[in-house]
Design a binder for this molecule. Structure first.
Ligand code: NAP
Length: 306
């Protein structure tokens, strides 16, 4: 039997789409992915999601989203989609050997952390190299750490890491932050945080654990070595669209191209959240787009059946 709406991905966009599709009696199926809940699962306090004046922990917020989606009858499969075929209807979506068919699809697979791709990084991932301060910060009590990047994530991660570390150095490739004023100020005013401006890490040093880094001055080209116990990446994200290559139109950076609200290049396939949006990338904007995608799918189905 073919599903009416199949949602791929379970961050704020996917789960909001599920709430709306379920309440429209479309009995959506969601394939939530192994990284269920999306990027908020890797965050601590969320202070800017409306409705929570005292803030809420990211995983708790996503738990509430999921509960709300399930309350109205969303069925959830806890696996990754491995292959899709959108060339004809019903659309086909595989989880390994299991085939699911659907009349319409909402894609909300989000984005994943970017890495520097420098020597030493891959080998030392999990041994002092991380892209998730909230997951790994705890292991660095009284240690010295570096955070790479100049955006809100870098400020947030650096500030969070001062709970554990004795010193946190933000390594940024330019001489000004991209981060919002309030988050940059919070980091700069923190006595445990220092900044290395105009600097890029060219190598991460250590055999079984991080011991230091090589840093290049982007203006002089001079390379110097610095001791550190860990390096946290906060240099942005890439959209999770590998399985949609060839099935949908993607832009140069791999984001799904949408026109006419959430419609993709394939009629009946909609996309929402960080997999589409490289500008706002907020939980609240993703949730808003998830709502739009569900309404678009609902109207499209009504039109097809009509
Ligand atoms: P971002 O804003 O894209 O910033 C990425 C940073 O990493 C930039 O400073 C960039 O440098 C640097 N960078 C990128 N590639 C690099 C490389 N290869 N080597 C060295 N540095 C590199 O990403 P983000 O900080 O993850 O934030 C993404 C979005 O989420 C933003 O819209 C942000 O506002 C939002 N966010 C909000 C909150 C919050 O409000 N609580 C928290 C986190 C994130 P350049 O500046 O030179 O380009």
């Amino acid at each position: 039997m073919s599903e009416k709406v199949l949602i791929i991905g379970s961050g704020p966009a996917g789960l909001t789409a599920a709430v709306y599709a379920a309440r429209a009696d479309l009995s959506p199926m969601m394939i939530e992915g192994m990284m269920a809940g999306g990027q908020l699962m890797l965050t601590t306090d969320v202070e800017n999601y409306p409705g929570f004046p005292d803030g809420i922990m990211g995983p708790e917020l996503m738990g509430q989203f999921r509960k709300q989606a399930e309350r109205f009858g969303t069925r959830i499969i806890s696996s990754d989609v491995t292959r899709v075929d959108f060339s004809e209807r019903p659309f086909k979506v595989w989880v390994d050997e299991d085939l699911h068919e659907a009349e319409s699809i909402v894609i909300s697979t989000g984005a994943s952390a970017r890495w520097l791709n420098v020597p030493g990084e891959e080998k030392l991932r999990g041994y002092g190299v991380s892209a998730c301060a909230t997951c790994d910060g705890f292991f660095f009590r009284d240690k010295e750490l570096m955070v790479v990047g100049g955006g809100d994530s870098a400020m947030e991660e650096a500030t969070f890491l001062t709970k554990f570390a004795s010193k946190v150095t933000i390594v940024h490739r330019r001489d000004e932050f991209r981060a919002s004023k309030i988050m940059a100020r919070r980091a700069l005013e923190n006595p445990k945080i220092e900044v290395m401006w105009n600097s890029t890490i060219t190598e991460i040093l250590g055999d079984t654990a991080v011991t230091g880094v090589k840093v290049e001055d982007t203006q002089t080209g001079e390379v110097t070595e610095h001791a550190t116990d860990g390096v946290f990446m906060a240099i942005g994200h890439d959209p999770n669209t590998a399985i949609f290559q060839g099935a949908l139109e993607l832009d140069d950076e791999g984001y799904i191209i949408t026109t006419n609200n959430t419609a993709t290049s394939v009629d009946g396939v909609f996309a929402a959240g960080d997999v589409v949006d490289k500008v706002y990338r907020q939980a609240i904007t993703a949730a808003g787009m998830g709502c739009e995608a569900a309404l678009d799918a609902e109207r499209w189905l009504a039109h097809e059946e009509g």
